[in-house]
Design a protein around this ligand. Structure first.
Ligand SMILES: *Cc1c(COP(=O)(O)O)cnc(C)c1O
Length: 422
């Protein structure tokens, strides 16, 4: 009898995988709290919350019960022409914690589509007003997803070769730093005179796929202010940063100038079901509100606002706002700060950084994003019972908020021993 890993190799094609080089997938059979269990019974601390989703812990009983209760009432219904309690309540609850200028929300089903919707909102916002704005602005090294619009605005394009000639028209600026901000603002002042930039897509403060690169809130604030003064629709991609990871509910809460549009997914549904939301301010919505049917936003996905996913999101929001979860977030932030004091002086560590519960360190070695040394590090962590996914020479932690102190120590121990062997 073949095991799961072997059966997998017969028909399954995995994401981000060159199967000839990496034929074997690890079969995970269950998960609880911060732990994953493989088919041989080995356990791993999920140091990246399964791609930043399961922040309240895997198979969280509170969330499971809420979803199960919803499942017995209403499973799925078309969301065009129909509505339901979980979606309406989610809109009410989410608006309470989103930046104040947000007013409407549009459902879809993953982070990339949340960004696609944001891009369409920006392009059609101008189109509906009879303006020709066809260019999008984005940060170098940003990541916004794998559908065409999202890929176009993503700057991390190492593997986008076959598709690049089909991309949208996108121009890039560097993330702000005290060294470049004046140059960037001067360039933008000049560039904006052409009145052809429709929207600006950005990951506020932390760029996840760019190996948790962090930038300066003040610089970003100045860029946003300038763009808004020229009616450029600002689109914050908070798919990774949303729901407490930066220490506040949203990364945009750290920045004075609020975005026109916010993209949410990943932790939105607490790691249980796929869903996404693109929110916007009233003035964006107003540009679509018309007697002319063609001015509406004609975009839909079949599972839009699935009631079960909405129930998971509502349960997640309740947990996020609880005193216990806020204490957990503060506890993890403080714990990472202590670990940083120990590790940042190691001769093999070039640089460390932290924002909320997101902690990253760069090793002082040259490494390819998907090369051998990266695989060696990954295998070392898995051997130690810790799931961390190094990005190039960056090791980062984004563990569930409910990770225990003991489990955090296990993660730190694995990083310490990894740094010693490189
Ligand atoms: C993961 C991610 C996306 C894409 O989300 P998917 O659900 O994987 O399509 C977009 N933007 C950011 C910042 C992300 O981290």
């Amino acid at each position: 009898m073949k095991n799961l890993s072997e059966r997998d190799q017969v028909h399954v094609w995995h994401p981000l995988t060159q199967h000839k080089l990496h034929p074997r997938m690890l079969a995970v059979v269950k998960a609880k709290g911060a732990l994953l269990f493989d088919e041989d019974g080995k356990e791993y601390v999920d140091g990246i919350s399964s791609w930043y989703t399961s922040v309240y812990g895997h198979c969280n009983d509170f969330i499971l019960e809420k979803v199960y209760a919803q499942m017995q009432r209403l499973d799925q219904v078309v969301f065009s022409g129909f509505t339901h309690e979980p979606a309406v309540r989610l809109s009410e609850e989410l608006m309470k914690i989103l930046p104040e200028n947000q007013s409407k929300l549009f459902f879809s089903d993953n982070g990339s589509t949340a960004v696609e919707v944001g891009i369409k909102m920006a392009l059609q916002f101008h189109f509906n007003q009879g303006e020709q704005r066809k260019v999008l602005l984005a940060f170098e090294e940003g990541f916004h997803g794998d559908t065409f619009g999202a890929m176009s605005v993503s700057g991390l394009s190492v593997y986008n070769g076959p598709f690049e000639e089909f991309f949208l028209d996108v121009e890039r600026i560097p993330v702000p730093s005290p060294d470049n901000i004046e140059t960037t603002l001067a360039h933008l002042e000049n560039r904006l005179q052409q009145n052809d930039i429709a929207g600006f897509v950005y990951e506020p403060l932390v760029q996840g796929a760019a190996a948790m690169q962090m930038h300066d809130a003040e610089g970003l604030n100045r860029i946003l202010k300038l763009l808004k003064a020229h009616a450029v629709v600002t689109i914050a991609d908070e798919v990774m940063t949303g729901f407490g990871k930066t220490g506040k509910y949203f990364s945009s809460d750290h920045i004075e100038t609020k975005p026109d549009v916010i993209c949410l997914s990943k932790a939105l549904t607490a790691g249980l079901l796929p869903m996404a939301i693109t929110t916007c301010s009233q003035h964006i919505y107003d540009a679509f509100y018309s007697d002319d049917i063609g001015k509406g936003l004609f975009h839909a996905h079949t599972y839009t606002a699935n009631p079960l996913a909405c129930a998971a999101a509502l349960a997640g929001l309740e947990l996020l706002q609880s005193g216990a979860m806020q204490n957990n977030i503060a506890r993890i932030q403080a714990s990472h700060q202590k670990f940083d004091l120990e590790i940042s002086t190691h001769p093999k560590v070039a640089r460390t950084r932290q924002c909320g519960v997101i902690y990253a360190l760069d090793l002082d070695v040259q490494m390819e994003r998907y090369g051998n040394l990266r695989d060696k590090l990954f295998n070392h962590f898995m051997g130690e019972g810790v799931f961390l996914r190094p990005l190039g020479n960056t090791i980062y932690i984004l563990a569930p908020y409910i990770t225990t102190d003991e489990q955090l120590q296990k993660i730190y121990g694995a990083i310490q021993s990894a740094v010693d062997i490189v």
